[in-house]
Design a binder for this molecule. Structure first.
Ligand code: GBH
Length: 451
């Protein structure tokens, strides 16, 4: 038996991630306005089991307990999001001071406990009032978003030093406006592409605003990316893998290069979709960022299948291990992706801002034995070691998620947390993976056993 040690730089940032809507609950409290997700959850059949986020993990009230759990875990950073409709209940109307006060108390508590706040401005909570004016299809939403961002920069300057504009623009555009699985539940190619473009413009304008204001700290965003391999070397399969990869990269290439990939543009045209792009938009989108937040969940082997899904392809199941949601677990994809980003866009500082898996964890005699999550974490973290050795400018790893939470259209049916949440009693129970991660953070190195 041999063992390998993977060690991490002393300033490597270990952390955990969540988002407001998934954990806070208290949707009617302190003047919060409705969001597009409240609207979607009210439509029967849109969320698994009729679940909603009214209570979720009740973190709006229990954040001190959550922070204590993080402190005990030893994380240096916590990635959370701010609920836009708590700050601007109508999106572009008057500000709600109670919303600001809530996040001030919360961020102060994090800082008091030595935990660095990583704040996402948009983790999918569009105020419903803005949706009624066209949502992300309308440029008015861009202006409203930048105003919200400016308020946050001014109010939290010096407290929050790591900002992300958008979480997963792919999900916003494709899940929300093409597949209709996420709010606002639209199904249209032209809508999806227009939204994609507007979200990116809003990102660029926000970065510009951040610089203009001279806000302290760093700004980036958090796209999700997946690694795809063609099933065979047949040209059709290679093209299918290209499409699968490029649809995510549609949200990355313009940020770094100021252009959309030509081959994808042509393919979108075959779907009748071409976004309106105003002069100056592409320069805005390419406004330089300080770091990339990468959300990585896996990848797939794909082959061409015209008409099968929105990409005219199918996933091939070669029997590899999957999480309980059926997603293919592919740790090496993380290494490949980090190198791919570095090769194409240079040595940008990268944080893994999400990486995790859902398993059907249960509490048995006060314990949650989630060995499969430990294996998932260990295998992915081992790939980080290879990436660092390859020269990737990797700064940190923030796992998804601190605790089980409201998994969007899947409701409470998937558990991603290091901490188990009993949704009846709201009791938090650290899982075995929590103790494993705590040990890793303390040591700052990982020992891999191999035969
Ligand atoms: C993230 O979304 C979200 O940011 C976060 O809020 C959420 O809780 C978390 O991940 C867990 O889902 O069919 O094998 O091709 C990730 C969304 C999940 C969308 C994987 C695409 C494709 C899997 N992505 N999915 S597969």
């Amino acid at each position: 038996m041999m063992s390998t040690i993977v060690s991490f730089p002393p300033d490597f940032v270990w952390g955990v991630s969540t988002s407001a809507y998934q954990i806070e609950g208290a949707l009617q409290e302190d003047g919060r306005g409705p969001s597009i997700w409240d609207e979607l959850a009210a439509i029967p059949g849109r969320i698994w089991n009729g679940d909603d986020a009214e209570v979720a993990c009740d973190s709006y009230h229990r954040y001190e307990e959550d922070i204590a759990l993080m402190k005990e875990l030893g994380v240096k950073a916590y990635r959370f999001s701010v609920s836009w409709p708590r700050i601007y209940p109508q999106g572009d109307g008057p500000i709600n001071p109670k919303g600001i006060e809530h996040y001030k108390r919360f961020v102060a508590k994090l800082l008091e406990n030595g935990i660095e706040p990583f704040c996402t401005l948009y983790h999918w909570e569009l105020p419903q009032a803005l949706q009624e004016k066209g949502g992300w299809e309308s440029r008015g939403t861009i202006d409203a978003f930048v105003r919200f961002a400016e308020t946050m920069f001014r109010e939290f300057d010096g407290m929050i030093k790591h900002w992300m504009t958008f979480n997963e623009p792919w999900c916003i555009a494709i899940n929300g406006h093409l597949l209709g699985r996420h709010a606002p539940g639209i199904r249209s190619w032209p809508s999806a592409l227009q939204v994609a473009h507007h979200v990116l413009v809003a990102h660029g304008l926000t970065v510009r605003k951040f610089r203009e204001l001279g806000t302290q700290g760093q700004i980036g965003y958090a796209p999700d990316m997946y690694w795809y391999e063609p099933f065979s070397r047949k040209q059709d399969d290679v093209d299918a893998a290209y499409r699968a990869f490029s649809i995510y990269n549609w949200f990355v290439e313009p940020v770094f290069k100021g252009t959309y990939p030509d081959r994808m543009k042509a393919w979108f045209q075959t779907k009748g979709a071409e976004p309106d792009i105003l002069p100056g938009d592409m320069e805005l989108i390419a406004e330089p960022i300080d770091f990339l937040g990468l959300n990585f969940y896996g990848g797939n082997i794909v082959r061409s299948k015209p008409g099968n899904n929105y990409l005219d392809l199918e996933h091939v199941d070669l029997g590899y291990e999957k999480s309980d949601k059926g997603w293919f677990i592919f740790p090496e994809g993380l290494y490949l992706m980090l190198n791919w980003i570095t090769d194409h866009y240079g040595s940008i500082p990268i944080y893994i801002t999400e990486n995790g898996a859902c398993f059907n964890d249960e509490v048995v005699d006060g314990k949650v034995d989630d060995g499969r999550r430990i294996a998932f974490l260990q295998n992915h973290i081992a790939e980080l070691g290879r990436a660092i050795e390859s020269g990737v400018n990797l700064k940190g790893y923030l796992t998804w998620s601190l605790m089980d939470n409201f998994e969007w259209a899947f409701g409470y049916s998937c558990r991603f947390g290091l901490v188990h949440v009993d949704y009846r009693t709201l009791k938090r129970t650290p899982k075995e993976s929590y103790y494993w991660y705590r040990k890793l953070i303390r040591k700052n190195w990982l020992e891999l056993e191999s035969r």
